[in-house]
Structure formats: structure tokens, C-alpha cells
Design a protein around this ligand. Structure first.
Ligand SMILES: Cc1cc2nc3c(=O)[nH]c(=O)nc-3n(C[C@H](O)[C@H](O)[C@H](O)COP(=O)(O)OP(=O)(O)OC[C@H]3O[C@@H](n4cnc5c(N)ncnc54)[C@H](O)[C@@H]3O)c2cc1C
Length: 369
């Protein structure tokens, strides 16, 4: 039902506009409101807070479908659901959950999540943004880089240093609303792919945030972020899988229609072996992704499995999208066919929410234990 609903929605609301959004780098805020109406913006949020009350298996199913149509929309859906909204759901006080979750789950508000900084990406724990206690408030100073919905987000979860550098318990997560004095947006990135998903800087200059906006305990922000990323990486695996499937289906169809040497190109072993490799890698990525989703739904440890799913599915998406362009030949290099967009969009997945190298560090640490 989820898959069919999204296919119908995608044909109506995404497909007719997505190339224009991509070319112009338009972040389609209205689309996300409509996605909220059909339950896609609060998938993991319980019904009591206005969400869909679903689990990771359903969430992954939905993300695969959305991303098969447009990776940018999938990326924004993932950042909103499993980073910002899920951080508030997992660690917010009852008051904070009541305040933000219904608006986020309905799509009325768009959420952002800020961990990365200009000088600290993979090494996020070395962040420079600081939050200094002042009575019952904290004063935030610093900036966050590459933040999805950095301009259009109505609310952001922001991780800032409240203790010593190098102390994993020296960071705290805050919920900061757009419009808070001292909180502004900076440069919007001009990107290779995922161009309809807005990526921008968050700037904090003497931004006063009440202590009541802290998520969970002071000092737990980084540890919370690692847990949030365990779930987030399953969503990037799903995003990758969706784009890989989209790229594969387009190439498969084209290979049967395109004739060279009086035969469909699919009849050449050189092309059919590519399709066999692509199909096999996609199935392996699917199994890893749904396995991680299942563990997460059963509240079992998932760090290694989500890193494996993210690593394998993202590298698969890049390989499949690259072969997709090759199967389309010269037409694959033009904007007349979807192959080039999958190729550009897929690359983000080996970088965002931890690069492939960082996933291997997580996996190696686990297997070497
Ligand atoms: C489109 C987009 C959206 C994003 N959205 C968000 C968001 O919403 N919120 C957010 O907080 N962040 C976001 N990010 C940031 C993203 O998570 C980081 O870009 C990513 O974690 C990598 O950090 P970096 O870019 O600083 O690269 P670096 O950490 O500088 O890495 C550069 C290279 O060095 C390698 N490297 C680094 N350390 C090691 C090591 N120890 N061993 C081996 N290799 C290493 C990396 O793998 C990479 O190849 C987004 C990024 C993009 C591009």
C-alpha cells in the first residue's frame, strides 16, 4: 500500500517538476507539506503526536520508493524524519515533544539537524560551536556547515560544545527555532547532485537558548547523535537503494528498446552481464538494508549493521548509476534521460551521514572487538 501510494503521488506531484527543481536548485517546500498530508513527514512518530506510528521497515519501504523517483526528495525526507524529528522524539522532554512533533509530523514545519562544521565533518567531536551557560539559558556561538534545510527549516536540532574538546560527554543537543535572535542562515551550497534538497550554513552569534530547549541531559549530545546516526544511516541505505533501483529499471528498459547492429543492446553479453551485476548488487543492498531496519525495529544493536547497509548500498548506488549511464551511451550523458541525474545524485550517499571510509571504521571496530 505504501509503495502504490507513493508511486501515484510521485507521478502526480514529483515527476512533472523534478528536472526544473534540479536545474534551478529549487527546494520545493510545498511538496513537503503535501507529503505531510499523506503521512511521510512523521513516519516514525507515534500517532499520539500526530505521526504515522510506523517502524523502520515501512520507513525504508517509503524512502526506497520516493528516492527511486527523485533522490533529492528522498534525502530531504530522510533528514527531516530520521535526523531532526527522530532526535526530538528519542531524547526530547514531554513538553518539547508536544511542542514540535505534531508540526514536524504534519509537514507544517521542516526540520534540520546540525552536527557538521566547516572544519569538522568526519571528526565531528572536535566541533568549535560552543554553548556557554548563562543563568537559565545557554549562549550559542559558531556555525554549522552542509545542513539540509539550513535556510527553509523552521526548527533545527543543533549539537554544540558545552565541555572540554575531546570529551565525548562535552557536547549538548539543543532545539533552536528559526527566528531566534542570533540564529541566521548562511551560504546555500551549489551542488553536483541532490540539487532540490537545500544544503546551507547555520550561523549562531550570541544566540540565547533557554535550558528547557536542551534534548535529554546536558553533555549527552554527541552520544545521542551517534545513536541518531545509527538510524539515519539506514535511511541513507534506503535512499541509495531507491536510486539504484531507479537507475537499473531505466537502463533495463532502455537496453531492450535500443537497437545497434540490428539487435537490442540487451542481447549483447557485455550489456546483459552489466544488468546481472546491477541486479545482484541491488538485491544484496536490499537485504542488508531491510536487515538493519528489522534490528532497529526490534530495538537490537544496529551500529555495525546500519554502517554495513549504508556502506554497501551507497557504493552500489554509485556503481549501478555509473553503469546505467554507460548502458544509455551518449543519451545517458544528456538531460533527456534520467540516467545522468541518478549518477549525480547517488554520489552524495557515499559521503553524507558518514563517508564510506568512516563506515568502514565503524564496521572494523565492531569486527575487531
Ligand atoms: C548534500 C549534503 C547534505 C548534508 N546534510 C547534513 C546535515 O543535514 N547535517 C549535518 O550535520 N551534516 C550534513 N552533511 C555533512 C556530511 O555529513 C559531511 O560532509 C560528511 O560527514 C563528511 O565530512 P566532510 O565533508 O567534512 O569530509 P571530511 O571529514 O573532511 O573527509 C574528507 C575525506 O577524508 C576521509 N577521512 C576523514 N577522516 C578519515 C579517517 N579517520 N580515516 C580515513 N579517511 C578519513 C573522508 O572519508 C573523506 O574521503 C551533508 C553533506 C552534504 C554534501
Amino acid at each position: 500500500m505504501i509503495r502504490q501510494m507513493i508511486r501515484d503521488f510521485g507521478v502526480r506531484e514529483i515527476l512533472p517538476h523534478m528536472m526544473e527543481w534540479d536545474e534551478q536548485q529549487v527546494f520545493p517546500v510545498e511538496l513537503f507539506r503535501k507529503m505531510g498530508d499523506i503521512g511521510l513527514m512523521g513516519m516514525l512518530v507515534p500517532e499520539d503526536y500526530g505521526g504515522s506510528g510506523l517502524g523502520y521497515a515501512e520507513y525504508v519501504t517509503a524512502l526506497v520508493e520516493v528516492s527511486g523517483i527523485d533522490g533529492s526528495v528522498g534525502l530531504s525526507m530522510a533528514a527531516h524524519n530520521s535526523l531532526c524529528t527522530n532526535h526530538i522524539l528519542s531524547f526530547g522532554s514531554e513538553e518539547i515533544k508536544q511542542k514540535y512533533l505534531p508540526r514536524l509530523a504534519s509537514g507544517e514545519w521542516i526540520g534540520a539537524w546540525g552536527l557538521t562544521e566547516p572544519n569538522t565533518g568526519s571528526d565531528a567531536a572536535n566541533m568549535r560551536t560552543v554553548a556557554v551557560r548563562d543563568g537559565n539559558d545557554f549562549i550559542l556561538n559558531g556555525s554549522k556547515n552542509f545542513i539540509t534545510h539550513g535556510i527553509s527549516g523552521n526548527v533545527a536540532v543543533v549539537i554544540a560544545r558545552t565541555g572540554e574538546k575531546g570529551d565525548s560527554h562535552g557536547m549538548t543537543a539543543f532545539v533552536v527555532e528559526k527566528g531566534t535572535k542570533g540564529f541566521t542562515s548562511g551560504k546555500k551550497e551549489n551542488k553536483l547532485g541532490m540539487r532540490a534538497s537545500e544544503t546551507a550554513e547555520l550561523i549562531f552569534q550570541d544566540c540565547r537558548v533557554p535550558r528547557s530547549q536542551v534534548l535529554g541531559e546536558e553533555g549527552d549530545g554527541f552520544i545521542q547523535s551517534l545513536k541518531i546516526l545509527d538510524g539515519g544511516r539506514i535511511s541513507i541505505a534506503a535512499l541509495s537503494l531507491g536510486m539504484a533501483v531507479g537507475a537499473f529499471e531505466a537502463a533495463l528498459k532502455y537496453s531492450k528498446e535500443r537497437h545497434q547492429f540490428d539487435r537490442p543492446i540487451s542481447s549483447f553479453q557485455g550489456i546483459s552481464f552489466k544488468l546481472a551485476d546491477m541486479a545482484t548488487q541491488i538485491e544484496a543492498a536490499r537485504l542488508l538494508t531491510f536487515r538493519a531496519a528489522e534490528l532497529k525495529d526490534r530495538s537490537l544493536p544496529v551500529s555495525k549493521e546500519s554502517a554495513m547497509a549504508k556502506f554497501f548500498a551507497s557504493e552500489t548506488a554509485v556503481r549501478v548509476a555509473t553503469e546505467g549511464v554507460q548502458i544509455f551511451g551518449g543519451y545517458g550523458y544528456t538531460k533527456d534521460f534520467p540516467a545522468e541525474k541518478y549518477y549525480r545524485d547517488a554520489k552524495l550517499c557515499t559521503i553524507g551521514e558518514g563517508t564510506s571510509e568512516i563506515q568502514k571504521i565503524v564496521i572494523a571496530r565492531s569486527v575487531l572487538q
